[in-house]
Design a protein around this ligand. Structure first.
Ligand code: EPU
Length: 337
């Protein structure tokens, strides 16, 4: 374990922003993690996972702790179920592929999501009708203040759409060190009703899809819409899909009867932020090296040398114009520092 100074984080965030960390260390064991926390050279602490859901708008005058814990372990199994524990630093997609290769079902719809296992619960990652919470069993953490280890059950995590206790009550208090998933071995509860998945499987003449078939469909859909961060810097969806009350929704519908929407409950309606941003005329636009993806307006991109401040400015311009035009407030999904 070596603490570095003034380290560039360009290769540690998928937006490819070249901010510097005042102090930086990558920890590979829980012992190293605890040692780093007790030796911390700066009061300000910054926990870094896969760097796939954040925007750095300047240098970090902080101690950046890169969670690089590795390992996958099968804890127990029954005839039809298996409990698999993955350490926080495992790459999410590689872990999903490991599960599919073993025939463990439940994570296939979450293929190709950037980031690491340990940060996935924080925002309850979700795609194509499935969320992390659907297979989450528990996670282990280290409490930053006391260095004590604590397990969180699913209930304690208080999962919601792109949300959990780690973004609210417990924010900044714990470091997730591993996550345990409860997956299926035989009777898989596959979710293929999402339009594009159905279409992809039909195109390939697949009637009873395997886990691998579903994963391949998801990968193809994501690759057709979402930019690969290794090629074009981005952080996935920059904004959350807004959920509005009936009154706001009725008013919106009067002005935009053609807009897609999803009824979350009789009083709550989710509107795709991508549609709103496209309606506001931003899709495919480029301002210097900051831009809005051509195929999915919800994704902001860095064409090479955009600064975090430029991307943030663009996000705020989008937010303002969408509000003026549609009356709907869209909120960033990425964490901004
Ligand atoms: N739409 C547009 N224009 C656009 C983009 C979308 O009109 O530029 C419309 C589409 O036509 C469709 C609707 O918006 O009617 C929904 O689009 P899509 O299915 O692409 O999904 P999304 O709501 O834009 C969400 C997640 C994605 C996830 C997909 C698939 C959020 C914030 N985003 O996007 O998650 O992959 O559904 O399940 O909930 C991420 O979080 O980083 C992410 C990529």
């Amino acid at each position: 374990m070596r603490i570095e100074e003034n380290k560039s984080l360009k290769n540690y965030n998928t937006f490819g922003i070249g901010s510097n960390a005042r102090y930086f260390v990558s920890v590979e064991t829980i012992e190293e993690l605890k040692r780093a926390l007790s030796e911390k050279p700066s009061e300000e602490l910054f926990i870094l996972g896969g760097g796939s859901n954040m925007l750095l708008t300047g240098d970090l005058d902080a101690f950046v702790l890169h969670i690089n814990l590795k390992g996958i372990e099968i804890l127990k199994a029954t005839d039809n179920e298996v409990w698999v524990k993955a350490m926080a630093g495992e790459n999410w997609h590689a872990f999903v592929q490991y599960c599919i290769a073993k025939g463990f079902g439940g994570l296939e719809n979450l293929s190709l999501i950037p980031g690491n296992v340990g940060t996935a619960p924080i925002q309850n990652i979700g795609a194509y009708g499935v969320e992390l919470k659907d297979t989450f069993e528990s996670c282990n953490t280290v409490e930053i203040e006391t260095l004590k280890e604590r397990e969180f059950t699913k209930e304690e995590c208080a999962f919601d759409y792109r949300n959990s206790i780690f973004k609210n009550k417990a924010k900044g208090e714990y470091i997730i060190t591993s996550v345990t998933f409860r997956l299926t071995k035989k009777e898989h509860k596959t979710s293929i009703s999402y339009g594009d998945i159905k279409k992809n499987l039909a195109e390939r003449n697949i009637e009873t899809p395997t886990l691998k078939d579903i994963s391949e469909a998801v990968i193809a859909i994501r690759q057709s819409k979402l930019p690969d961060p290794k090629v074009l810097g981005n952080s996935g969806s920059f904004f959350k899909n807004p959920i509005v009350d009936s009154e706001t929704f009725q008013e919106f519908r009067r002005n935009f009867p053609e807009a897609p929407f999803y009824e979350v409950s009789p009083t709550d309606f989710k509107i795709p932020a991508g549609w709103l941003i496209e309606k506001a005329g931003f899709k495919g636009q480029r301002f210097g090296d900051a831009g809005i993806h051509k195929k999915q307006a919800l994704v902001l991109v860095n064409y090479g040398n955009a600064t975090g401040k430029e991307i943030w400015q663009l996000a705020m311009d989008i937010q303002k114009k969408v509000k003026e035009l549609t009356g709907i407030f869209i909120e960033p999904e990425v964490n901004v520092f």
